[in-house]
Design a protein around this ligand. Structure first.
Ligand code: HEM
Length: 468
């Protein structure tokens, strides 16, 4: 009944599987890309990578200024082409001719620890799995997660002192919340062990060494993955046929259109991936929002007035149907993600030649769209460095390109957990701003490291959380 889905079943138009195309396509190098403006070859590209990691925004802005919206760049993995701007985002995300492979874009980054996640599938195979997983994001289960999130958030915030480093605190809270809403297990020692294994996997996915060499992040990540796989493996038989209010139990019972359940291995791969997709992105986006609200007390007051109004109308539990009432809260969250896009660059591999503007990029090229830079183009976002949530009001959004703001991607791979992310953010600010005032010294400027995900570079974002 639940045999694994074979990738061979998912052939693209010319009859080949993505893996076959990957092997068939030669990875493009400088020679194939030399008509595209950009970097010249460097003997030690590691220097370029180091410079980039130190100041990604500076480097991308400088290249964009010199070369324009399509440019060639060299890093440790070789040559790739960066595509900047809403038109590029639309071309890649809409992927009308099935030109861009997500599997082959993300594969080199995620394959060791998060193989076979839905984002690492293409075309028909991806469609089938995404549809099955969406069972976990329908209104009924979402209502249940909202209740669990609210309980956990209230408990977590109550325990926070009046001064703390926000980034590690929200990271821990997000992990604890995932134990209940994702896994359906209570906070405690088992959740702690799972959290540790999971954190090791996430660290591995962004580690510099891409092989599990002993004592590297990748080595710890591969061990973490073993632990997680064993946990899920033990639990799956208990969850099948059971009812539960968590994502894991829902996915254990989700059926493909033909009535087939996901196999054990598919569930394990999807769960590992879902937890990864949710964890650092939520941690990053909530950290950025708290920072900007702390730096902009007028906006903090506006959002506080909104959440208190909702509390006055509906009491301490947010009715799921009322999530739309968090209008200003949503603008603030969106604006924070404009400035600090949690996924600053999104990779793909071109399976065939394509043209953008007057540039033709050959098949086999690794390409990346760049929310970080697109979100700062001054012709779309006047005064791009200014935090101004009113940019997202309906009047101010009129006429803006649909792909100018893409923190959740777009098209077939658009974030499946987008509503979950908004819901957790709204539940979080509903509790936080009612009970606490975010206090940040006006002279303090957080140094956000943008890659691989925005986070405070050194200090963990020290803030005051004054009890109200
Ligand atoms: C602020 C929080 C989040 C941000 C900014 C974010 C961002 C993204 C982006 C940019 C993509 C598309 C990547 C691509 O096209 O290659 C994506 C995909 C995905 N995200 Fe999120 N995400 C967030 C939260 C979540 C949460 C909470 C979940 C799960 C509960 C989740 C699950 C997924 C999944 C499953 C995919 C793959 C979808 C597919 O390939 O069909 N994300 N996310």
């Amino acid at each position: 009944m639940n045999a694994p889905v074979s990738p061979a079943e998912f052939r693209t138009d010319d009859g080949s599987t993505p893996a076959e195309r990957f092997r068939r396509l030669r990875k493009t190098g400088y020679e194939e890309l030399k008509d595209i403006p950009g970097d010249e070859p460097m003997a030690f590209p590691v220097m370029r990578t180091i410079r980039f990691l130190k100041d990604p925004l500076g480097v991308v802005s400088e290249r964009y200024g010199r070369f324009g919206r399509v440019y060639r760049n060299q890093n440790l993995d070789g040559w790739q082409v960066s595509l900047i701007g809403p038109e590029a985002n639309e071309l890649v995300f809409m992927n009308r001719d099935k030109t861009f492979s997500s599997e082959q874009g993300w594969g080199p980054v995620l394959d060791y620890v998060f193989p076979r996640g839905v984002m690492l599938m293409d075309f028909e195979e991806h469609r089938i799995h995404r549809k099955t997983l969406s069972a976990a994001f329908k209104p009924e289960p979402m209502k249940n997660y909202l209740g669990a999130l609210q309980d956990g958030i209230a408990r977590g915030i109550e325990a926070w002192p009046e001064r703390l480093r926000f980034y590690p605190a929200i990271k821990q809270l997000t992990l604890d919340l995932a134990a209940t809403s994702f896994l359906g297990i209570p906070w405690g020692p088992e959740a702690d062990r799972i959290n540790r294994a999971f954190v090791a996997m996430v660290a591995a996915s962004i580690g510099i060494v891409r092989k599990p060499v002993p004592f590297t992040a990748m080595w710890r990540g591969v061990k973490g993955r073993k632990y997680m796989c064993a946990f899920f493996g033990r639990e799956i038989p208990k969850r099948r046929g059971a009812s539960g209010d968590d994502i894991f139990t829902t996915i254990c019972n989700a059926e493909h259109d033909d009535g087939r359940l996901l196999s054990d291995q598919e569930i394990i791969d999807h769960m590992n991936f879902l937890m990864m997709a949710a964890h650092d992105t939520l941690t990053s986006s909530l950290t950025s929002t708290v920072y900007y609200l702390g730096k902009n007390p007028d906006w903090q007051d506006t959002v506080r007035a909104e959440v208190r109004g909702i509390r006055a109308a509906h009491g301490d539990r947010i009715p799921y149907e009322e999530l739309g009432a968090f209008e200003k809260t949503e603008w603030a969250f969106k604006e924070a993600m404009r400035l600090n896009a949690p996924v600053p660059a999104i990779p793909r591999r071109a399976l065939r030649d394509f043209t953008l503007g007057n540039m033709t990029v050959p098949a086999g090229t690794q390409v990346g769209v760049n929310p970080m830079m697109t979100h700062r183009l001054p012709e779309i976002w006047p005064e791009p460095e200014k935090f101004d949530p009113a940019r997202f009001s309906p009047e101010n959004s009129k006429g803006r390109h649909k792909y100018a703001w893409v923190p959740f991607g777009g098209g077939a791979h658009m974030c499946l957990g987008l509503h979950f992310a908004y819901m957790q953010a709204k539940a979080f600010f509903f509790e936080l701003l009612d009970r606490r005032e975010i206090v940040i010294d006006p002279a303090y400027e957080c140094d956000f490291q943008m890659f691989p995900m925005p986070r405070p570079r050194r200090d963990g974002l020290p803030i005051g959380l004054r009890r109200l």
